[in-house]
Design a protein around this ligand. Structure first.
Ligand code: HEC
Length: 205
């Protein structure tokens, strides 16, 4: 890449080349950060769904609440520690108040509320640089198996168990196909340059 940039420098003059190289680095960083973020979201989704499905089969929704409330935050912490990014779930209506959305997350999720899937049937994704921070989000759609704990008709004993853990629960009343929430991943400048091998100074001047 350096070599291409250098011949461009000779061909086009310093000014044009310097900005070409800068935007190329920025674009390359964003592509890498997006791929790494998508891989983290994949793992979060797969591991959580696996644990939840097993717990639902073994214990039913009432027993699975405890699994969900222990495993989801533990997975988020583990993936954050491994990657250096901040990995979490968020939602417009939350069960765990720790999942409350910030302004950017709220804005992105509001645009996905009734159509969380893209034209290929995959959860919608979004990413952007925000200052020196790279942010990635992926929609989490409501599926039929979620309704036992997030739907419109939750069994009274399940509702009571949820209330006992989460007195401020707002995450009910969802229908299949609606947006339930999102994975939200955030790389600060230092984490980004460690993860992509590109110097932070070239990412956002
Ligand atoms: C057994 C009950 C149960 C089922 C089934 C269930 N959830 Fe949850 N969900 C919970 C609990 C409990 C929490 C709070 C977890 C925590 O403390 O982080 C939660 C939290 C969430 C959150 C984080 C945001 C928030 O509101 O706190 C998302 C997103 C979510 N669930 C999506 C889903 C999806 C999608 C499905 C179906 C694939 C699903 N859940 C199925 C119990 C359940």
């Amino acid at each position: 890449m350096r070599r291409i940039a250098l011949s461009l420098l000779i061909a086009t003059g310093l000014g044009a080349c310097a900005s070409n190289e800068m935007s190329h680095d920025r674009a390359a960083t964003a592509v890498q950060a997006e791929a790494r973020s998508a891989a983290l979201a994949d793992r979060f989704q797969k591991d959580l769904l696996g644990a939840l499905t097993a717990a639902m089969a073994a214990e039913g929704p009432e027993g699975a609440i405890g699994v969900c409330s222990r495993i989801a935050p533990a997975l988020a912490a583990q993936l954050s520690e491994e990657s250096g990014a901040i990995v979490r779930r968020t939602a417009l209506r939350t069960r765990n108040p720790a999942a409350l959305a910030d302004a950017t997350e709220r804005h992105v999720m509001e645009s996905w509320t009734d159509a969380p899937l893209d034209e290929n049937g995959r959860p919608k994704q979004w990413s952007a640089m925000e200052g020196g921070t790279f942010r990635y989000m992926r929609a989490i759609p409501t599926m039929p198996m979620c309704l036992a704990c997030h739907g419109e008709a939750i069994a009274p004993e399940v509702r009571a168990a949820i209330r006992a853990h989460y007195p401020a629960d707002e995450a009910t009343g969802f229908r299949p196909g609606q947006l339930r929430g999102a994975f939200s991943i955030r790389w600060d400048e230092a984490a980004l340059s460690r993860a992509t091998g590109v110097g932070a100074a070239t990412i956002d001047p």
